[in-house]
Design a binder for this molecule. Structure first.
Ligand code: GDP
Length: 529
C-alpha cells in the first residue's frame, strides 16, 4: 500500500481564476502538457466539442456546448500530484465557481497584461482573500502590447489589496518583448519568438547573465538601460520576499509570461509548486483535522444534478481533507447521521472521467448521490468531525418567479426548494409571505436557465420569471433587528432567505451606504455562513 504521508505530501490542489479571455484555458493546457496528461495542445480548449462528447450530465450543457460545472483535472509533474480546479467563466459563471475555491489550497490568478485587473478576477479574488489562501499571479500575453509592469502591480495592490512581489521582470512587450529577468537567479530568459513563430511553436528560452557584455546588443540600448534601472529600483524598493506572507495570502508572487507561446510557463509552474504547500489542516467545529490522519474525511462542495428524468441521481463532488479514500469504504455521513458506502467514486483526468480505487487528502472525488447530500456536508471514518460550512455568496441577479398553473403549487414549492437546497439557486421571500411567489437570486444568469429548464423537465412546472432591478444583497448581521424601524431608500427591499434570515436587496452601492449611515449599529455582510 502506498505510504500515506508520501502520497499526501505530493498533493498540490489549486484553482485557476481569471476574467474570461485572459488565458486561463491556455495556461491550464500548457500545465497539462508538461505533466504529459494531454498530448495535443487544444485538447482542453475545444470546449464545444471535447466537453460535449464526454459530458452526459446535463441536456442544457449539450445544447449550449458549455460546461455548467467547474471541472477538476489531475496530473503528475516532477513527483507532484497536481489537482487543478477549473473555474468556469463567461455566462456559465455560477455559485459553483465560488464554491470551487473552498476546495482549493491555493489559487493561480491569470491577468491579461493589456487589460489588468478585470471584474471577474476581482470577484473570485475576494473569495480567495476570505480564506487567506496563497495567490500566485501570472501576467499573461506579454507577447502583445502590455501596460507598464509598474502600473499592473500597482493596480493589483490597490484594487485587490494584496502585496505583490515580482519574481521576474519583463523586458519590453508586444513586438519588443525580449524576455524576462529572473530576479532570483539574476538571469535573463530570452524570448526568441519571431513573427512567424509567435503563437505557433514552443519558444526556446535561454538564459543570460545580467552582466553579460552581449546583452546590450541583444536588447538594444533603450531596453537594456531600462532593465538596469528597473532592476535597481526593484531591488531597492518594493516588498521583501516573505514566504510566510505568501502562504498566508498576504503577498502574491507575480510572474510575467506568455502562455500561448509557452514562455515562462514552466519556470512559473516550478516556482509555484515549490512555494505552495501540501494540503494543510482544515478547521472543524471542534478543532483542526490533520490531513495525514489515518481517518478519512471530506466535505461536499458541489452537487451536480443529472438531467436524466428517469432517475434523479446526482454527483456530489467532495474535497478529501484527511487520510485515504478507498473504493467501497464505509463512511459516516455526519449531517445525515448514518453510515454508508460511497458508490462509483470518480475522478477527472484532463477531459475524461474515470472510476478510481483510491484517493488521498487534497484530491477531489465525484460520488454518486441518490439525493442525500447537501453542499457543505461532511463524510468521514473514525471520530465524527464536521467541517466549517461553505458560505452563501451574494447573488447579483434577481427574478420574481411564479408558477403559471396555480394548481401546480405543490410541485412548484418542491422544485424551488430542492433546487435551492442543492445550491443551484438561492431563494428569497417577501417577509411573512407564502411560497406562491419566490425571488430567485443567482450569481450568474445561466443559473436562471438551468433553473427554468429543471422546473419544466424535472418537476413539470411551467414558470413565469420577471427580472428585478436589484443587483446587490446584504445579510443583516445585527441580532434582533427591528425591520420596521429600518430607515431605507425606497428602492431597497427587505426579504428572508430559506433559513429565515433577513436580508436587504439594493439597486446600487449608494443605497447600501445610505442604509449604513441612517441606521445606527446596522451590520451587513456579503457572505452568509
Ligand atoms: P480563458 O477564457 O481565460 O480560458 O482564455 P483562453 O485561454 O481561451 O485565451 C483567450 C484567447 O487569448 C485565445 O485566443 C488565446 O489563444 C489567446 N491567448 C492566450 N494566451 C495568450 C498569450 O500568451 N499571448 C497571446 N497573444 N494570446 C494568448
Amino acid at each position: 500500500m502506498p505510504d500515506l504521508r508520501n502520497e499526501i505530501e505530493k498533493r498540490r490542489t489549486f484553482a485557476i481564476i481569471s476574467h474570461p479571455d485572459a488565458g486561463k484555458t491556455t495556461l491550464t493546457e500548457k500545465f497539462l502538457l508538461y505533466g504529459g496528461a494531454i498530448q495535443l495542445a487544444g485538447a482542453v480548449k475545444g470546449k464545444k466539442n471535447a466537453r460535449h462528447a464526454v459530458s452526459d450530465w446535463m441536456e442544457i450543457e449539450k445544447q449550449r456546448g458549455i460546461s455548467v460545472t467547474s471541472s477538476v483535472m489531475q496530473f503528475q509533474y516532477e513527483g507532484y500530484c497536481i489537482n487543478i480546479l477549473d473555474t468556469p467563466g463567461h455566462q456559465d459563471f455560477s455559485e459553483d465557481t465560488y464554491r470551487t475555491l473552498m476546495a482549493a489550497d491555493s489559487a493561480v490568478m491569470v491577468i491579461d497584461a493589456a487589460k489588468g485587473v478585470e471584474p471577474q478576477t476581482r470577484k473570485l479574488f475576494k473569495v480567495c482573500m476570505m480564506r487567506d489562501i496563497p495567490i500566485f499571479t501570472f501576467i499573461n500575453k506579454m507577447d502583445r502590447d502590455a501596460q507598464s509592469p509598474y502600473d499592473l502591480l500597482d493596480e493589483i495592490e490597490k484594487e485587490l489589496g494584496i502585496g505583490t512581489y515580482p519574481m521576474n521582470w519583463p523586458i519590453g512587450s508586444g513586438i519588443d518583448f525580449k524576455g524576462v529577468y529572473d530576479r532570483e537567479k539574476s538571469e535573463i530568459i530570452a524570448f526568441e519568438g519571431d513573427k512567424e513563430l509567435r503563437g505557433q511553436h514552443e519558444v526556446k528560452a535561454h538564459e543570460i547573465d545580467l552582466n553579460d557584455a552581449s546583452l546590450e546588443g541583444l536588447l538594444g540600448e533603450n531596453l537594456y538601460n531600462t532593465l538596469r534601472d528597473d532592476v535597481e529600483l526593484l531591488d531597492g524598493a518594493g516588498y521583501e520576499f516573505d514566504l510566510d506572507q505568501v502562504r498566508h495570502g498576504k503577498l502574491s508572487p507575480v510572474f510575467f509570461g506568455s502562455a500561448l507561446t509557452n514562455f515562462g510557463v514552466e519556470p512559473f509552474l516550478e516556482s509555484f509548486l515549490r512555494m505552495t504547500t501540501a494540503p494543510l489542516p482544515r478547521q472543524t467545529a471542534d478543532g483542526v483535522v490533520d490531513p495525514f490522519s489515518q481517518d478519512f474525511s471530506a466535505f461536499v462542495f458541489k452537487i451536480q444534478a443529472n438531467m436524466n428524468k428517469a432517475h434523479r441521481d446526482r454527483i456530489a463532488f467532495m474535497r478529501i481533507c484527511s487520510g485515504r479514500f478507498e473504493k467501497g469504504m464505509e463512511v459516516t455521513h455526519v449531517q445525515g447521521g448514518r453510515k454508508m458506502k460511497l458508490a462509483q467514486p470518480q475522478q477527472m483526468m484532463a477531459q475524461s472521467r474515470e472510476i478510481i480505487d483510491e484517493a488521498y487528502a487534497g484530491d477531489i472525488i465525484g460520488v454518486f448521490d441518490p439525493g442525500i447530500f447537501s453542499i457543505g456536508d461532511t463524510i468521514c471514518t473514525g471520530k465524527k468531525v464536521q467541517f466549517e460550512g461553505i458560505p452563501t455568496f451574494a447573488p447579483e441577479f434577481f427574478c420574481r418567479v411564479a408558477q403559471k398553473d396555480t394548481m401546480k403549487r405543490k410541485q412548484f414549492v418542491k422544485g424551488t426548494t430542492q433546487i435551492a437546497q442543492e445550491g443551484a439557486i438561492q431563494i428569497f421571500q417577501e417577509i411573512a409571505s407564502g411560497m406562491e411567489e419566490v425571488i430567485v437570486g443567482v450569481v450568474g444568469t445561466l443559473q436562471f436557465d438551468v433553473f427554468k429548464y429543471r422546473m419544466e423537465n424535472e418537476y413539470n412546472v411551467e414558470i413565469r420569471m420577471e427580472n428585478l432591478p436589484y443587483s446587490l444583497i446584504r445579510w443583516i448581521d445585527t441580532p434582533d433587528v427591528d425591520l420596521k424601524k429600518l430607515n431605507l431608500t425606497s428602492d431597497t427591499k427587505k426579504v428572508q432567505d430559506i433559513r429565515g434570515r433577513y436580508l436587504l436587496l439594493f439597486s446600487n452601492e449608494w443605497s447600501i451606504r445610505w442604509a449604513l449611515e441612517h441606521n445606527d449599529g446596522l451590520e451587513l455582510s456579503e457572505f452568509s455562513r
